[in-house]
Design a protein around this ligand. Structure first.
Ligand code: AGP
Length: 359
């Protein structure tokens, strides 16, 4: 097992560090293929995403990408909820995009089967080659992340996001919903993402120290806006599943509508704060949290964050649409160190299985 871990103490850490390579493979593995899939699905206006857990968070990012680039407005459903509300709404004019790294998640497979039975077109975004999801789907895109052993999804998530970015870009090109110039630029920026992730991995030491400081905390809040919301949800999920610390991820705008009441001295608030149209509002949310005594950990590329945060995780500047892939990485590392410092095995969290094969 030591050999398989390639010198890393845990598979999760190894898989976190494999992300630049995995993202590169996802890009190369889908170049060419994705254009054909985009052409096949371009005509659908009724689009559903179905997925669970981390893959559900990828679906949420997929929704923002399709909205911004392809001007489509998909509905994102947890696969386990899909059947109760959506069954009557599915027909042959429907596209269902299922996201599942294992391709074996029972809830997701059930939603796919239901969609198929109703005549919908089903596209699966999967990591495990030949898994059940690929056999049910009409079309499959692979994430090419390689085997993921750690129960907590890391490289399979960032590669799902990579594939979704490519798919939305290809769709926008087919539909003419964004300028060719911008789409070309986004594609070349996506190719630079592995290097951005390399840069962010360098925060590992600082994040370990931060984890040391925060390891006795009982609650964490993760806040984001717009395409940063799924990142907040995913940061919170990573923390819960391996460190067993209670965490909530939410849209920063929701803070004042209730959760703010939970903030008191020293409660960590992790703010996803990239430059862009949400930045100013995010700074106000940080300030309002700070005023209640919260301990602010900001992720961003703007100097002014230093003034409002207790800790700034400096991120390289990038197109807002690419931030989900890069910003989740420090959150994975922070969760990893908190788990280890609290004496947990991050690869095998209690009560959880790598693929959930019962509904
Ligand atoms: C992620 O860290 C979790 N272990 C879990 O939420 C997972 O993403 C979910 O069970 C879905 O799995 P899948 O992608 O294999 O369908």
């Amino acid at each position: 097992e030591m050999a398989e871990k390639a010198g890393y103490p845990h598979f999760m850490l190894k898989e976190i560090y494999e992300q630049p390579r995995a993202i590169r493979d996802a890009i190369h593995g889908n170049a060419g293929v994705i254009e054909d899939v985009a052409k096949e699905i371009a005509k659908y206006d009724k689009i559903f995403f179905v997925a669970m857990g981390t893959s559900y968070h990828a679906a949420l990012v997929g929704k923002y990408l399709l909205q911004r680039l392809a001007k489509k407005v998909p509905i994102v459903e947890e696969a386990s909820e899909f059947r109760y509300e959506m069954e009557d709404l599915i027909d042959e004019n429907t596209l269902v995009i299922a996201i599942t790294q294992s391709g074996e998640t029972a809830d997701t497979l059930a939603a796919m089967k239901l969609a198929k039975a109703r005549g919908a077109k089903v596209l699966a975004i999967v990591n495990v080659v030949g898994s059940m999801a690929t056999r049910i789907a009409d079309l499959t895109l692979y994430t090419h992340a390689g085997p993921e052993i750690g129960v907590a999804a890391t490289k399979t998530y960032t590669t799902q996001l990579t594939v979704l970015t490519m798919l939305a870009t290809a769709l926008a090109r087919v539909l003419g919903t964004a300028s060719e110039e911008y789409l070309n630029e986004l594609e070349s920026k996506l190719k630079e993402v592995p290097e951005l992730v390399e840069k962010v991995l360098k925060h590992d030491g600082a994040l370990r120290e931060l984890a040391e400081e925060l390891k006795e905390k009982r609650d964490f809040f993760y806040i984001g806006r717009s395409i940063g919301v799924p990142t907040a949800l995913e940061g919170a999920l990573k923390l819960k599943e391996i460190s067993y610390i209670h965490a909530e991820g939410l849209s920063a705008g929701e803070l004042k509508h209730g959760p703010l009441a939970l903030l008191e001295n020293g409660v960590p608030v992790v703010a996803i704060a990239p430059s862009g149209k949400t930045f100013d509002k995010m700074v106000s949310n940080i300030e309002e949290s700070k005023a209640r005594g919260a301990y602010i950990i900001a992720l961003g590329d703007n100097e002014s964050l230093k003034r409002v945060s207790d800790v700034l995780i400096e991120m390289p500047p990038m197109d807002e649409l690419l931030t989900p892939i890069v910003y989740v990485v420090p959150l994975q590392i922070l969760a990893y160190h908190l788990a280890v410092l609290r004496g947990n095995d991050p690869d095998k969290p209690r009560n959880l299985a790598k693929s959930v094969t019962v509904e």
